[in-house]
Design a protein around this ligand. Structure first.
Ligand code: GLN
Length: 538
């Protein structure tokens, strides 16, 4: 059977956290740079329908797509590398697969048959894998299978891959990511875990075509030969994947190993074109040779787990490079911030970002951080809950509404300056029910935001239930906090600014989701620029 779309499956063995997402994104970048249209999909073997209901401590950031899917943070890497938006179809979990099979069963679609893992669950997985291919937009779909081969949860996925390899013959390949550990006592790299991991895949009927070996040291010719021989792959398909200084180096490291060439050859596609990576190389050059340096505080409650703010920290890397500056992010625990220690914690910073979040933990520290930034004229950027904290802080300390709060935390407060959106009031299900995905926003001409974007019409992604309460709009405007971005259809306030302040912007949406290497986000670029200027003044 021939297919117009080719499929690359990426599996992982030996251990988790080998960086399948970065390898997939890097390969996709290299193929894209040769003129192929590529997308990447992540299959997650856990039973949650999506990561939207998962605590960030469990799973890191929840990445939101334009079409409102709450997804795995790897999709953020895919977008940052490829500069192409992902969608609902790019992330599928076991929960979603079972939900859909069970719904079909309830509708009687299986005509009285016993519903089983094989074929019903595996068929559903196969269908989800092919959804993106069938859109007709992509030459190549890279599907990353989450988890580690051998896990009970990933068995149906590996079985689905086995069946597709059989059905599509020359249109599918498997890249297996493994670890080649260095044993200090022996002074050697060891290939046995890789051999075992490939054996495990073979037991499931899958022969990998390419092995990507994570290693801290060089894989010499002898080792490559050994791996090739024991694992039935050609020598050029043993790819060394050394630890990199930054994830953005990985496409170039993979290019040096000719991963893209081997993939194209094995898929029967032409590898004659020369990849154009000049923009990527320029970015890396700016990243590695900064002319300035700024310290920006990121105030949040999940700072022990930096993955919880992945898109924000990557957006700073892009914006830093755009400004030829290194951005040092100082992670500040909002729960530990008090009026008494605020000067010690935040004094000396060139800019302050208050992060998104949910619930009451750490909220008073976030409000204190806003106050510090506002009063000391430190560039301030509030995102989602961070913007809501800026509104609360302004109400309390400038408008004199002492009891001002968000109804998320104080339902009966006297001044609910942030309150639940009307359409949210009758919702009781937690999963996928927030205001999610891209909405249009109209910016006020001449504002800091419209200057940063260089346009007054934008679209940004959202993930929240609460909003600026328009009953207080006039009070805020009169006191100097101006809504400079509004939803053109509903009038919801999406951006607030204090024009008096050097750079004080609160955004109800999440700009970080749209920052990519090719398109650093304008608000992050402007914020970093303001921080650089603030530093110069000191
Ligand atoms: N908890 C707030 C809300 O639901 C903010 C959400 C966020 O920061 N993503 O509106």
């Amino acid at each position: 059977m021939s297919n117009s779309t080719k499929y690359v499956f990426v599996t992982g063995g030996v251990t988790s956290s080998l960086g399948k997402g970065i390898i997939s994104a890097s390969l996709a970048k290299l193929l894209q740079a040769r003129g192929y249209s590529v997308t990447i999909q992540k299959l997650d073997p856990y039973i949650n329908v999506d990561p939207g209901t998962l605590n960030p401590y469990e799973h890191g950031e929840c990445f939101v797509t334009d079409d409102g899917a709450e997804t795995d943070l790897d999709l953020g890497h895919y977008e940052r590398f490829l500069n192409v938006p992902t969608s609902q179809g790019n992330n599928v979990t076991t929960g979603r697969i079972y939900q859909s099979v069970i719904e079909k069963e309830r509708k009687g679609e299986f005509l009285g048959k016993t519903v089983q893992v094989i074929p019903h669950i595996t068929d559903e997985i196969k269908e989800r894998i092919q959804i993106l291919g069938k859109e007709g937009k992509y030459d190549i779909v890279i599907t990353e299978i989450g988890g580690t081969v051998g896990d009970i949860e990933s068995l149906p996925y590996v079985e689905a891959v086995r069946q597709l390899l059989w059905e599509f013959e020359n249109d599918c390949i498997v890249i297996h990511l493994t670890l080649v550990p260095y044993l200090a006592a022996a002074g050697e790299l060891k290939t046995k875990p890789t051999q075992h991991s490939v054996k495990q895949l073979l037991e499931l009927g899958v022969q990998p075509d390419i092995l990507c070996c994570r290693t801290e040291h060089e894989l010499d010719l002898t080792l490559r030969k050994k791996i090739a021989k024991f694992c039935n792959v050609s020598m050029n398909a043993v790819i060394e994947s050394r630890d990199a200084e930054t994830i953005y180096d990985v496409p170039l490291l993979m290019q040096a190993e000719e991963l893209d060439k081997v993939v194209l050859e094995k898929l029967g596609l032409s590898s004659k074109s020369t990849p154009d990576l000049s923009n990527w190389k320029n970015f890396i050059d700016r990243l590695k040779n900064p002319k300035a340096e700024v310290n920006i505080g990121l105030v949040g409650k999940y700072v022990e787990l930096k993955d919880a703010y992945k898109s924000i920290s990557e957006a700073f890397i892009h914006a830093g490079a755009a400004n030829h500056a290194r951005v040092n992010v100082k992670w500040i625990h909002s729960e530990k911030l008090t009026k008494a220690n605020i000067e010690d914690e935040l004094g000396g910073l060139d800019g302050i970002l208050v992060a998104p979040g949910f619930g009451s933990r750490g909220i008073s520290g976030k409000i204190e951080a806003v106050r510090f930034a506002r009063e000391n004229k430190v560039p301030f950027f509030g995102i989602c809950l961070g913007m809501q904290c800026a509104v609360i802080e302004y109400a309390r300390h400038v408008l004199g509404y002492e009891d001002a709060h968000t109804t998320e935390i104080a339902e009966d407060c006297k001044y609910p300056v942030i309150s639940m959106m009307e359409e949210q009031k009758n919702i009781s299900n937690m999963g996928g029910t927030m205001r999610l995905g891209a909405y249009k926003c109209q910016l006020k001409p001449g504002s800091k935001v419209s200057n940063a974007y260089n346009t007054d019409k934008i679209s940004e992604r959202h993930r929240h239930r609460y909003e600026f309460n328009n009953d207080y709009l006039k009070d805020f405007e009169a006191a100097g906090m101006i809504p400079t971005g509004k939803n053109p259809e509903t009038g919801l306030v999406e951006v607030v600014e204090i024009p008096e302040h050097p750079w004080f912007v609160g955004a109800q949406f999440h700009p970080e989701y749209k920052s990519t290497v090719a398109n650093p986000h304008p608000l992050f670029v402007a914020f970093v620029q303001a921080a650089i200027e603030n530093k110069k003044k000191k």
